[in-house]
Write a protein that binds this ligand. Structure first.
Ligand code: URP
Ligand code: ZN
Length: 463
């Protein structure tokens, strides 16, 4: 039976309008005023917003970091995503052990995710220990598997990509129409500062942000974008931009006229600050790279989102480790703490409450940054990221008036904490449809393990 959502306020990246949405099976058949359809199931959405199912293009489900692994597997992590209004994830793969071929991680990730994910998913490839045959392999996998984005870490021990390889990778990406997401931090600055702090016995959580200063990010952002330009305006993509200093470098490059690159920030760099590190124990919860910054950095990133054309995407870098056990590995030395924090379930509610409801961004901007633009940049649009005829019927029914307090007790991932505990939220997700199926209602997950499909991704809008 078809489903007919009546009287909704549909939000697009550009505006908001009242209409009905007719869903036939997995697909949006039409969007229009006063649609009639006999024998359809009617869903009354009066007073509610209809948002496209959100797209999170930066998660790390079941990430293996060598000494432990992220506590959400592909089932618990995607259930958390679904309950937070996210119906598609594109996950960054872990580094491969040793010098394995690039395909090793693709096979590993299919084994982890296929038959386990509850929502649709894709993978970003990961580049490490580079050689010419891996560049060739990247092209082949991109064509065969639809993995059209390949991440380069500008820091991270032996797996970091140096400038020589960054240039070669970006040149190949420019020739092949691929996107290169990059973790931007100056490696020497981070590693030497970490060693200095260690030598001084400064090992509590509060030293983590000092070891990874905003200048390390700003320098690497600038270097990445300059190298991308020299490589033929390759489609570089800055992941998890955290600082005003980094943003200033982005703005300089935007104002120089360079196009074809993308910039992502994450919920935590908008809504949390480095005050989270003031308590030695609690601070472990927020050990992530890059670290949380100052309120001035939050404000600068919000202002950039409000301005349009500076930042393209808000993602999460969801990478959860339990506080009671895993994060305790860093209790005597922050450098031994697994880096990362949960966030996939919190993004949409926080972005609405802290962003839209507090007047920092508009509703269409929320849709642009969390749904439409990530789908475009990572080759998923127009099937994902918009409520339009022919798209997958991935839809969030949102009550903009409801208020509640965010707490881990109401959440669905495998973790034992949220960085947003006690946030007073305005707005609440009431229903989530994924390819036409109702998978979440009133904070209860109704979907099924394995219902998510692997997404072969197409060409990026950055190309
Ligand atoms: O601290 C973080 N961001 N952990 C996840 C892995 C990564 O570097 O993105
Ligand atoms: Zn990440």
């Amino acid at each position: 039976m078809k489903k007919l959502i009546k009287n909704a306020n549909i939000v697009t990246e550009a505006d908001m309008y009242k209409a009905d949405v007719l869903i036939d099976g997995e697909t949006i058949e039409c969007v229009g005023v006063d649609i009639e359809c006999a024998d359809s199931e009617i869903i009354d959405a009066s007073g509610r917003l209809l948002l496209p199912g959100a797209v999170d293009v930066h998660t790390h489900m079941d990430l293996d970091v060598g000494f432990t692994r992220a506590c959400d597997d592909w089932t618990s992590g995607t259930i958390a995503a679904a309950c937070g209004g996210t119906t598609t994830v594109v996950d960054h793969m872990a580094f491969a052990p040793g010098d394995a071929a690039l395909m090793h991680q693709v096979d590993t990730y299919h084994a982890l995710a296929d038959g386990h994910a509850v929502i649709d998913y894709g993978f970003h490839g990961v580049l490490q220990l580079m050689n010419d045959s891996k560049l060739e392999e990247m092209k082949q996998i991109a064509r065969r598997e639809g993995i059209t984005s390949w991440k380069a870490y500008m820091t991270y021990g032996d797996n970091m990509i140096d400038d020589e390889w960054l240039f070669k990778i970006l040149k190949t990406a420019a020739d092949e129409g691929l996107v290169i997401p990059a973790h931007c931090e100056n490696d020497a600055l981070v590693e030497l500062t970490k060693a200095e702090l260690g030598a001084l016995g400064k090992l509590q959580a509060k030293y983590h942000p000092l070891a990874r200063p905003a200048d390390a990010e700003a320098e690497a952002v600038s270097r990445l974008l300059h190298i991308a330009k020299a490589a033929g305006e390759a489609a570089a993509y800055v992941v998890h931009l955290s600082s005003e200093a980094g943003l200033k470098e982005v703005i300089k490059v935007r104002e120089s006229g360079q196009k074809h690159f993308g910039v992502e920030t994450c919920t935590q760099y908008l809504a949390l600050t480095d005050e989270a590190y003031s308590d030695d124990q609690e601070g472990l919860k927020a050990i992530m790279s890059p670290p949380l910054r100052k309120k001035a950095d939050n404000d600068a990133l919000w202002a950039a989102l409000a301005r349009d054309g500076m930042i393209d995407v808000v993602a999460t870098d969801h990478c959860p480790f339990t506080f009671k056990e895993q994060k305790q590995m860093g209790k005597d030395d922050f450098r031994k703490c697994p880096n990362g924090a949960p966030g996939v379930e919190e993004r949409l509610p926080i972005m609405y409450s802290e962003g839209v409801s507090k007047g920092r961004i508009s509703l269409p901007q929320l849709v642009k940054y969390c749904c439409t633009e990530p789908a475009r940049i990572f080759g998923l649009y127009p099937k994902k990221g918009a409520i339009i005829p022919g798209a997958d019927a991935d839809i969030v029914v949102f009550n903009p008036e409801a208020k509640h307090i965010l707490t881990i007790d109401d959440m669905h991932g495998a973790n034992d904490y949220t960085c947003y505990e006690g946030f007073n939220l305005t707005g609440r997700i009431e229903k989530v449809f994924a390819r036409g199926n109702l998978i979440v209602e009133d904070n209860v997950f109704l979907g099924s393990k394995g219902a998510g499909r692997y997404l072969r991704r197409g060409i990026s809008s950055l190309i």
